[in-house]
Design a protein around this ligand. Structure first.
Ligand SMILES: C[S@@+](CC[C@H](N)C(=O)[O-])C[C@H]1O[C@@H](n2cnc3c(N)ncnc32)[C@H](O)[C@@H]1O
Length: 225
């Protein structure tokens, strides 16, 4: 669900984000090891910044953006603590990236900026909101180079869990015109049980001793035409 920045700020300020796990998502680590990430990279909805930090450390040219100033502050502090102070973060709305000449092509009409976009748990936030989801997909199209790749790691509705869980059909239907869906497969998204999600449908989840859950997810690879 689309939420104002204040909602996300509160989650970071109170440290109740179930996705803040102190490490990158194992599925994204595996994706990088498999060669799925090339060129200039965008990490939209970067949250605590783990993926931007990981990829910067590995030598990628990567930009983490988030609409929440608290998330960006958290990510910068996290990067400094992990010894990656050059990890680049900024506050930006992922629904309006096409308005950014430096992302969408400067001068206007020149090449979009990014070869690879790594969406970890942002797409599903717009799961029930058709307009916002369409705006997000348009926004990605504006800043992804033709032939570039968008990876979407999103919570799946095939199992009980927490957060906005979506169907594979929603991913297929959202990336049609101007895109080629190359792969869509089951994956896992690691989270932690916090006050924010403890009331949700979590009793059947396999929670580790450290409070971690590997929830059902989708991992999609989508080519920008
Ligand atoms: C579920 S969290 C995922 C964070 C991170 N990618 C991860 O996997 O740990 C979603 C993030 O998207 C951010 N977000 C939500 N709507 C956004 C928007 N329109 N533009 C940019 N960021 C947004 C939130 O502030 C939050 O940090």
């Amino acid at each position: 669900m689309t939420r104002p920045a204040d909602f996300w700020n509160t989650v970071y300020d109170n440290d109740t984000a179930p996705w803040v796990i102190g490490e990158p998502q194992p599925a994204i680590v595996a994706l990088e090891r498999a060669g799925g990430i090339t060129g200039r990279v965008l990490d939209p909805g970067c949250g605590a910044g783990e993926h931007t930090i990981l990829l910067t450390r590995l030598g990628y040219d990567v930009r983490g953006i988030d609409m929440s100033p608290s998330a960006v502050a958290y990510a910068r502090a996290n990067a400094a603590e992990q010894g990656v102070p050059n990890a680049a973060f900024e506050v930006a709305d992922a629904l309006a990236l096409g308005d950014r000449p430096d992302f969408a092509g400067d001068p206007p009409g020149s090449a979009p900026a990014f070869d690879t976009i790594v969406d970890s748990a942002l797409f599903h936030v717009f799961g029930t909101e058709d307009e916002a989801r369409a705006a997000y997909v348009r926004s990605l199209h504006a800043v992804c180079k033709p032939g570039g790749t968008v990876h979407v790691l999103a919570l799946s509705d095939v199992e009980p869990g927490f957060g906005p869980r979506i169907s594979d059909t929603l991913i297929r239907d959202s990336f049609r015109d101007g895109w080629a869906l190359e792969e869509l497969r089951p994956a896992r998204y690691r989270g932690r049980i916090t006050d924010l999600v403890a009331q949700e449908d979590t009793q059947d989840l396999d929670v580790s001793a450290s409070g971690r859950v590997d929830a059902a997810a989708w991992l999609a690879r989508i080519r920008r035409l």
